[in-house]
Write a protein that binds this ligand. Structure first.
Ligand SMILES: *Cc1c(COP(=O)(O)O)cnc(C)c1O
Length: 383
């Protein structure tokens, strides 16, 4: 499908549809109130899609702020887009503090110790350091506990070399527990009310991730959303999130048939002999395994698409190869393409379906595609 050529034939690869990414951003924006700013969450190599390509396209499409986990990811972004605002979502290690000034990054602040450390960086650099105050409203991870938020806010206000550019919280169960999400929102807004001199309209006020925006209240001080998974076209609960957003998958995962052969009824397939063939079978050996990101958990559970037909995985997934049953499929030959995640013909194995077979969540599946798998980027023109 991708028209980018490489020297070697592809054995196992991912295709990244950048045009779909851009369409998704526009769809999400259109579904949100016009004043909402778009925080593009591109941590973990942009969810395995490849940070530089994804970020460049999102800059082009008009993201307002980028959120990453750490300094290395921020450095890649900084090279791409000088001046683009970048928020670090994870805590900084003390010896990383100076990069806040060097790369002009916004830090997440949860503790008094961080306030003092980051202020010292600002003092040394002789310019203010941008911070977003994070409030823990029930996630139990980063952030100052909501009952103590006002005190931390006061400390930030009093710091000579900090500039408060945002306040935010993070939901623990936005896709599963609407009542607790509402309670988290309430705690957040109550905490903000207790912060003296806070001018919400001048800073980023954000709570919602892909799953949260469904319950976004109309009249509220929230003026930004943090979008990760949804911009990649993945809806963890089909139909539930922003139903008007028909986001398209950006990622697909492909391999090829290495060889085909027949095995007699009663023989067993792969390590551990977990599968005994109940009939004379034709099998195909695919050129991808857990070394590429096909979780061993999908052994005997997943199906792949070959010539548009579902072919079930037989036995355990191995490091470099996966075996599938092609007895019921049309003739298949070495070199034929197999789609592990994505569309082929009239059928599709979605990331959500594959993740279900793998007993995990789509976020983890995307982060599990290994570096052995080259990513090929498709643009609107197919090149
Ligand atoms: C990863 C992350 C997000 C994005 O979540 P999605 O569900 O992928 O949209 C938002 N906020 C924080 C703090 C995150 O760590």
């Amino acid at each position: 499908m991708s028209t980018i050529s490489t020297a070697l034939p592809r054995r196992c690869w991912a295709e990244i549809d950048l045009a779909a990414l851009e369409r998704n951003l526009h769809l999400i924006r259109a579904a949100l109130p016009a004043h909402m700013r778009y925080v593009a969450v591109v941590k973990a190599d942009a969810y395995g899609h490849g940070l530089p390509h994804i970020a460049a396209r999102l800059m082009h499409a008009g993201a307002d702020l980028f959120a990453v986990a750490n300094i290395s990811e921020a450095a890649i972004l900084r090279e791409l887009g000088p001046g683009w605002p970048i928020l670090l979502l994870s805590p900084l290690l003390p010896n990383e503090d100076r990069y806040l000034a060097e790369y002009d990054l916004a830090a997440t602040v949860s503790t008094e110790e961080e306030v003092d450390r980051f202020n010292r960086v600002g003092l040394d650099a002789q310019r203010p350091i941008s911070v977003h105050l994070k409030i823990d409203t029930g996630m139990g991870r980063l952030g100052v506990w909501h009952e103590h938020a006002a005190a931390l806010h006061a400390r930030i206000s009093a710091a000579s070399h900090l500039r408060l550019d945002g306040v935010f919280t993070h939901f623990a169960s936005p896709d599963e527990d609407a009542a607790f999400t509402t309670e988290q929102r309430r705690r957040f807004l109550a905490a903000l009310e207790r912060c003296r001199g806070l001018r919400l309209s001048e800073i980023f006020v954000h709570a919602d991730n892909s799953a949260g925006i469904e319950s976004l209240p109309d009249a509220s001080p929230f003026n930004a959303v943090r979008i990760g998974l949804l911009q990649f076209g993945v809806l963890p609960r089909p139909g539930a999130l922003l139903p008007q957003v028909r986001a398209e998958p950006v990622f697909s995962f492909h391999t090829r048939v290495g060889l085909t052969k027949t095995l007699p009824r009663g023989s067993t397939v792969s390590y551990g002999r977990t599968r005994t063939l109940e009939r004379d079978s034709r099998i195909a050996i695919l050129c991808a395994g857990y070394g590429d990101g096909i979780s061993r958990a999908v052994s005997n559970r997943a199906s792949v698409l070959i010539h548009g037909q579902r072919c079930p995985v037989l036995g355990r997934v191995t490091m470099d190869q996966t075996i599938v049953d092609i007895t019921d499929a049309p003739p298949i030959a070495s070199g034929d393409e197999a789609v592990i995640i994505g569309r082929q013909g009239h059928d599709e194995v979605s990331l959500v379906e594959f993740s279900h077979w793998a007993d995990t969540i789509p976020w983890e599946t995307l982060c599990s595609i290994t570096k052995r798998v080259p990513r090929f980027y498709r643009t609107a023109l197919g090149v």
